[in-house]
Design a protein around this ligand. Structure first.
Ligand SMILES: Nc1ncnc2c1ncn2[C@@H]1O[C@H](COP(=O)(O)OP(=O)(O)OP(=O)(O)O)[C@@H](O)[C@H]1O
Length: 292
């Protein structure tokens, strides 16, 4: 539904999107995953035709798409129903159709009981659901969502993703950007983006499978373990909560080297074990490779 070739967008001396070639197929839940400033919003704006690339090519098939920008402007002093009517009118949908469609969508998004509540009085998660409801009014075959769950609590994020899955089952192709790695796991296909570049694309399962390093999880008595990164056996190490994840070339060799080093430094090891890589492990290691 979207295909790009060597898409590049420059702002002054900053290349926000650099030579991006990708394909979003019909039926995808396609996730654009990367940290703040990676270039996700800029790329999505080009998907929507809101900004022009400096070079490269983009084609989007199908004429209907819904877009939920990162900063969606709901009207706080209008109710849920009034916001829906307002956006429906913007899409030039007649009021009877708006009512019918919004009733259906509000059922899916679980907002049916809140029609007369002012948008300002909704929780963050509910606001996002209302924004999604508005983006869905035109019944788009393609939905482009820019960080729809940013800053939303974990429970509401889960609910939001459930809705995305339902919509996808009904045939809506979904393009969604997120800085959250746990959400990357939920996509059918992901593109990992850092500093304007797409580092890798694929389904989360195969990205993890083709990950070239082993991951060791370590719990030890020290708060600072970054000296482990100096070992030649180690690709990269970082804290994940109270555990330390270390990407390594060879699991057994690295394990022995780490145990040795920690014993020299008199740091007690609670445990060290190999674990399967998460999307976050894959992303972090790829970002490091890119810097090197
Ligand atoms: N209109 C603009 N003019 C100048 N610089 C811009 C403009 N839009 C984006 N940028 C810069 O381009 C880079 C990528 O920004 P973009 O918003 O696309 O990233 P992002 O991945 O969506 O991150 P975020 O979640 O913070 O929005 C950033 O360094 C940003 O400051």
């Amino acid at each position: 539904m979207i295909e790009t070739e060597s898409l590049t967008k420059v702002f002054g001396d900053l290349t926000a999107v650099s030579g991006v070639t990708l394909k979003v197929a019909k039926g995808d839940i396609w996730g654009l995953v990367g940290p703040d400033g990676a270039g996700k919003t800029t790329l999505m704006r080009m998907f929507c035709g809101l900004i022009e690339p400096n070079s490269g090519r983009i084609t989007r098939t199908g004429d209907s798409f819904g877009y939920m920008p990162q900063k969606f402007s709901l009207y706080g002093d209008l109710t849920v129903a009034e916001n829906i009517n307002f956006f429906g009118a913007l899409y030039k949908i007649d009021s009877k159709t708006i009512r019918r469609r919004s009733d259906e969508i509000l059922e899916i998004t679980d907002l049916a009981g809140f029609k007369s509540r002012f948008a300002d009085d909704l929780s963050g998660g509910m606001k996002q659901k209302l924004a999604l409801t508005c983006a869905l009014l035109a019944r788009p075959a393609l939905l482009i969502l820019d960080e729809p769950t940013y800053g939303v609590d974990p429970e509401s994020r889960k609910e939001f993703w459930k809705i995305l899955y339902e919509l996808n089952k009904e045939g809506v192709t979904i393009v969604v950007s997120t800085p959250y790695m746990d959400e990357a796991e939920l996509c059918k296909k992901v593109a990992l983006m850092s500093r304007g570049i797409i580092m890798s694309t694929g389904d989360p399962g195969s990205l993890k499978k083709s990950f070239p390093y082993g991951i060791l999880e370590l719990k030890a008595s020290a708060r600072d373990l970054d000296f482990i990164n100096d070992l030649p056996e180690v690709v990269d190490g970082d804290f994940y909560g109270d555990k330390y994840h270390v990407a390594v070339y060879d699991v057994e060799q690295a394990k022995a080297a780490i145990i040795n080093l920690l014993s020299e430094k008199k740091v007690a090891i609670h445990y060290i074990r190999q674990i399967p890589p998460s999307m976050e492990d894959v992303f972090v290691a790829m970002t490091k490779e890119e810097v090197v």
